[in-house]
Design a protein around this ligand. Structure first.
Ligand SMILES: C[S@@+](CC[C@H](N)C(=O)[O-])C[C@H]1O[C@@H](n2cnc3c(N)ncnc32)[C@H](O)[C@@H]1O
Length: 197
């Protein structure tokens, strides 16, 4: 179980490929739900942090079909998998995927309309610093969306507590109009925290 947890945090080698497959089964429609409920527009520039196997990138490039979608992930194996999945859009210059850490996003200030992340924040070394780095690359009034399906929690009460903790983190990083959307999955409810710069 510990090995699998480590693989979800930073997938590597064959076990990393396996965890990427599990992410695809678990993620299913979660990323498109996150993007569909955001303020994304056809011409938006979008960044996904921790794209894993690349389903969220695929979905975001469908919504922002006249815009630009970038992604960063710390894992080489996920970069390979997601690059393969999105190869056509990468070739067209509509998608760019890079190896990178949320604490040091390789884009300039005020670049994106939307930065989203699904099932990744629990692995970030310093959440406040990471949220401030996301804020740096967002345009004024740009949107953050941080989603999680905490399937390892046993009760809805634990889930609410975690949701409130992340909501407070997003507020503490200086985002306004912070709200949570819920997605009723098993064994516990998934959530996405949205906020504006
Ligand atoms: C559990 S997977 C989720 C992948 C995908 N978003 C999904 O929901 O299927 C977590 C991903 O976050 C990435 N990750 C973890 N820490 C990160 C960091 N500090 N910066 C960027 N990506 C990170 C991992 O490499 C992994 O691909």
């Amino acid at each position: 179980m510990k090995i699998l947890k480590e693989q979800f945090a930073n997938p590597q080698g064959n076990l990393g490929k396996l965890s990427g497959l599990l992410m695809q089964i678990k993620d299913k429609n979660q990323s498109s739900w996150v993007v569909a409920n955001s303020k994304v527009k056809p011409k938006s520039s979008v960044l996904e942090v921790g794209f894993g196997p690349g389903l969220g990138i695929e979905s975001a490039s469908g919504f922002a079909f006249e815009g630009f979608v970038a992604g960063i992930d710390i894992s080489d194996i996920m970069l390979q998998t997601a690059t393969k999945r999105n190869s056509e859009k990468i070739r067209q210059g509509k998608v760019e995927l890079l190896k990178g850490d949320v604490m040091e996003i390789p884009f300039e200030d005020y670049y994106f309309d939307l930065v989203f992340s699904v099932n990744s924040i629990q692995y970030w070394e310093d959440v406040q610093e990471s949220l401030r780095e996301i804020k740096r690359v967002l345009k004024d009034n740009g949107e953050i969306a941080i989603a999680m399906h905490p399937y390892w929690l046993e009760t809805e009460a634990d889930c609410i507590q975690l949701r409130e903790k992340i909501t407070k983190e997003v507020q503490a990083a200086g985002f306004k109009n912070v709200k949570a959307n819920l997605l009723y999955l098993k064994p516990v409810t998934a959530f996405c925290i949205y906020g504006l710069k």
